[in-house]
Design a protein around this ligand. Sequence first.
Ligand SMILES: Nc1ncnc2c1ncn2[C@@H]1O[C@H](COP(=O)(O)OP(=O)(O)OP(=O)(O)O)[C@@H](O)[C@H]1O
Length: 247
Amino acid sequence: MAQAKKQSSRKAARPPLLALHQVSRRYGGRVALQPVDLDLAAGECVALVGHNGSGKSTMLRLAAGRDTPTSGTVKLDGVPMDENDPRVRARLAVVGDVSACYPDLTVREHLALVAVAHGVEEPLHWVDRALADRGLAEHAEALPGSLSSGQLQSLLLASALVRPRDLLILDEPEQRLDPGARQRLADLLKAELADGVAVLLATHHPDLAMHVADRVLLLEDGVLLAQGTPEAVLPTAFPGTAVGGAR
Ligand SMILES: Nc1ncnc2c1ncn2[C@@H]1O[C@H](COP(=O)(O)OP(=O)(O)OP(=O)(O)O)[C@@H](O)[C@H]1O
């Protein structure tokens, strides 16, 4: 654990890859997110936690350039975040919801399309690797409509692995995954972090945050209530829940 702490402080010293400065979002008269700051360095993982409606997805959409803040700035490596900017598209992978799947493409075709569209070299190699890593090899020729919800979630994760990325943003990636697939997700995220990818995720799963996050931000009603190490914040975020496991 001492080693993990040492790594965290070393990571914190790096310049941020993603920087949110006083970012807020209002929908009509409703404040979904009060002004918040976030710096995320390469190889660092921040987990957003909080009840339903606390503002996690709003913050992720703003961080990914998929929504425009009411106030504040979002920058990727100093460049204003805009998901339409090719410089951003080359570095950002977002794991979203099933609406991102093409219903008439097989799992393999879907992944190949994503890889080719992003100009990846040897796309079929990466497709085969993502199929194997996500436990999808036996479903490679299936259409999304015939997959279970957990297999669909694995396809969304696989889509992020067949494209270039320095920043990975995931909204509740543990949804619908069984314990084995959840463990493979944690292993995947740790491998991404070891490769220097910055990871920002929202989760309702304290063990996932404990295993992969360097820092946890607790949101409540759009307000940043607490931030710190998983050990410091998760007991407040999930009172009465045993949060365990070595990182
Ligand atoms: N497009 C929108 N228009 C109006 N209000 C919205 C919109 N998107 C989100 N909100 C509101 O903003 C608040 C925060 O929602 P958000 O989806 O960010 O919460 P969340 O923490 O991700 O919740 P969950 O855990 O259920 O996914 C909620 O009150 C929600 O109703």
